[in-house]
Design a protein around this ligand. Sequence first.
Ligand code: GAL
Ligand code: ZN
Length: 666
Amino acid sequence: MPGLLYGGDYNPEQWPAGVQAEDAELMRRARVTTATVGVFAWSKLEPAPGRYDFGWLDEVLDRLAAHGVGVALATPTASPPPWFSLAHPEALPVDAGGVRLSHGSRDTYCASAPAYRTAARRIATALGEHYRGHPALAMWHVHNEYGTTCHCDLTAEAFRAWLRGRYHGLDELNDAWTTAFWGQHYTDWAQIRPPRRTQYLPNPAQVLDFRRFTSDELLAAYTEQRDVLRAATPGVPVTTNFVLGGWVPVDHARWAREVDLVAIDHYPSEPGMAAEEQAAFAADLARGWARQSPGGPHWLLMETAPNLIYTAGRMHTKEPGRMARQSLAAVARGSRGALFFQWRAPRGGAELFHSALVPHAGPDSRVYREAVALGETLDRIGETAAGTVAARVAIGYDEPSAWALQGAGLPSDRLDHAEEAQRAHRVLWRRGIGCDVIGVLDGLPAYRMLVLPGHYLMTDAQAGEVRAWVEAGGQLVVTYLTGIADEHARVRTGGYPGALRELLGIRVEEFHPLGPDDRVALVPATSGDLWPAASGGLWSEAVHLAGAHALLRYAGGVLDGLPAVTRHAAGDGMAYYVSTRLDPEAYGHLLATVAASAGAGPERSGLPSGVEAVRRQAGDRSWLFLLNHTGDEHDVPAAGVDLLTGAAVTDAIRLAAGGAAVIRET
Ligand code: GAL
Ligand code: ZN
């Protein structure tokens, strides 16, 4: 696949032949390279058990091939047909309260139901065999956004089988789950259930293991489809689109190893600059996962909305030019292209007002004209597809830690690992310091600086990796709620944070969680240290030094005089501890200072906030992406050729308000 991919989800089954013919023409005009087809088309592809109707899809693929459009062909297994659910009610999902859901939407399947798994494998096999060798077939898109949880009896059985593989006997499980608490001791495997709705708080280790199980169960459903597709069409990459969100019971860092290309869907949930920050985080996270993947370090933005940002309660229309700039921002960070949900806006159905490259207004519209321009832009910068992004800073983001912090019974109900990781990312982003967001703590030597923000769970092996990396010269920043518990969500005793206490040279005696409006004042521990006026929120702790030096101390309140931010030399490296949620200025100051001492400064220093500079490199070739997310013009130092205009750039380029440049550097 040379060049960049451009296009998106395409649902021709919703339209008559005339519209489909127009689609192909409009795609050609917009230089679309890739259409994701068939995502929810199971009921049209298999209208009755074992009776396939591929004729309509043949026509679609033939037409797309004739128009130069490659197809990411989906297996339709995220939406079983009504006939299937009626014939196999046991394959409908059951919620935690024991209610069996009905068909009539999507994702109405239970991944542990043998009937579902068999039917899914069968349709994947039929598609693989039928489209083997088809000229349009560019990629397999298995399923859609794996993430469905079920609590039924079949799931219970599968959960028990998974647990038997994880634990050597019930004694080990009872110990790992601390079942001595509230008399939950199990004496027979058959007594174990998924965490269904119960009287009071559930067992956190059981909840955590159930999410891990769900991730593995869904992964098994994915890999068995992948394997039949690989067998049918060797060489055609197979992937699935990762969905992000706290509710998703999928450990993507593990999944990344099983997909030929990490592909994510990303829909920012806030308007304004926050959307840019979220998109950059998601991109850096996808790239971090992609490092584990056979297709890495490239990744793909598989879905995003062309013209909308969804926030709670309303849709925000994107301002002109934003779609293109956001696409360039994803490509800058290593995406193989820019794919959208979706090509043409539907007339009906649940998402009838979701945005599209061809909106309800039709091709005579701003969005379609921008889509045509974007196709041309991506064409012009196709050579950048060869480049990769090298980051010297990493942020650890551990989905099981995020799940554990969602539990009840924690010292604050405002703890959110994803939010902590995004906060760290945001202060780096605002200072132009590039980073990977990584899901596993091996492979650390590639980085000079690591931030662990609320990495609540930590195994001995992970703690050992981190220690060895620091001692070899790494610069580590650890925030509150990191390394508190082991992999079974059991607290490591003797003083927090048990897993990293010695490395950090501190001992935390007790937590002092703060209320939503509480702030604690912080002062430099050594007079003359240059810190911005600093304060903390959300969280504070009684920290005692055990080898570390204090950088900031609490001022006032019960923690008055105790260390708040500390530094500890370990081997050739340095380990910092942050015990409260620093305000953005102080957090930025700390991270930028550590980055500077790690030799990991910004790509371009002194850029105004809201202007990004990101580099892709391939051998001795490099491309500098400059993105101006602000409403003002800015001059940025650069030298080379701006691929967007073909103009030579000698020492600086003027970026228009909301504009961008892609410089082939000299
Ligand atoms: C994605 C999903 C698409 C569509 C889109 C709407 O998460 O894969 O099918 O629902 O959201 O935002
Ligand atoms: Zn089930």
